[in-house]
Design a protein around this ligand. Structure first.
Ligand code: IPE
Ligand code: IPE
Ligand code: MG
Length: 239
């Protein structure tokens, strides 16, 4: 018999690498963009389900620093989808309970997107529902490099003493500074790599790989991943 979720042992933070949109479209002889469109619908459904289950934080990988190298047409399509997502959530932000944050190189995004992000973060900052964190133009290495740069600036200024630099301080200079590390990291589409996602934060995350392509990933699959997570013994290097 299939096991049920133990609601007393939920992962507080789930991170998801939403992969497989292109293959999903290809299988249907549709353009790549149709896969991204379907993937954005899946995202809505999965966030809703995660909130229903009682997950506190969900971070999704929407666009990596490497994804800028894709054809311009695809990049533009993805940015327009992002625009749509921000606009929808802005108009829903009165009735919705999501607290939304964006991580990544936001200065690299279109100016109108940057403005919408600012507004959405402001409008939802006191929300008590699920924390939805969207990684756009995000790369773990870039995030760490930016943190190193900022910490160095503070050291040069004399605001931070060299001896005070430790893991906790570095973590405070990452985009995820107020967010607990992910407990569970899910990747869809059968690929088993992290592709530069939350490389600092996932040091002790439990990894779960699903063969489903992202547009096909559903509420049941999310529950299966959580049940699997609950069967793991997390040791954090201890005895
Ligand atoms: C994931 O789908 C979404 C993004 C990377 C933006 P892909 O577009 O990578 O889909 P596949 O991996 O080609 O199937
Ligand atoms: C990772 O998927 C990035 C996102 C899901 C946004 P990719 O499809 O870009 O990763 P690789 O190229 O397979 O490693
Ligand atoms: Mg991919």
């Amino acid at each position: 018999m299939k096991k049920d979720i133990d609601y007393n042992n939920l992962p507080e933070h789930i991170a998801i690498i939403m992969d497989g949109n292109g293959r999903w479209a290809k299988k249907r002889m549709l353009p790549h963009s149709a896969g991204h469109k379907a993937g954005s619908e899946t995202l809505k459904a999965i966030v809703e389900e995660a909130e229903k289950i009682g997950i506190k934080y969900i971070t999704v990988y929407a666009f990596s620093t490497e994804n800028w190298d894709r054809p311009k047409e695809e990049v533009d399509y993805l940015m327009n989808l992002m625009d749509e997502f921000l606009t929808d959530n802005l108009s829903a932000s009165k009735k919705n309970n999501y607290k939304i944050q964006i991580i990544g190189q936001r200065q690299r995004l279109r100016k109108d997107l940057q403005d919408k992000i600012k507004k959405l973060e402001l409008n939802t900052k006191d929300k008590k529902g699920i924390n939805l964190i969207i990684a756009i133009s995000y790369g773990g290495r870039d995030e760490i490099a930016r943190a190193v740069k900022e910490i160095s600036r503070q050291v040069v200024k004399g605001a931070i003493q060299l001896d005070r630099i430790d893991e906790a301080l570095v973590a405070r200079y990452l985009d995820t500074k107020d967010i607990k590390d992910p407990d569970l990291l899910i990747r869809t589409s059968g690929e088993q790599r992290t592709s530069n996602f939350l490389i600092w934060q996932s040091a002790y995350s439990e990894l779960y790989f699903s063969d489903k392509l992202w547009p096909d990933f559903n509420a049941e699959d999310l529950k299966t991943a959580i049940v699997d997570y609950q069967s793991r013994e997390r040791r954090f290097g201890g005895r």
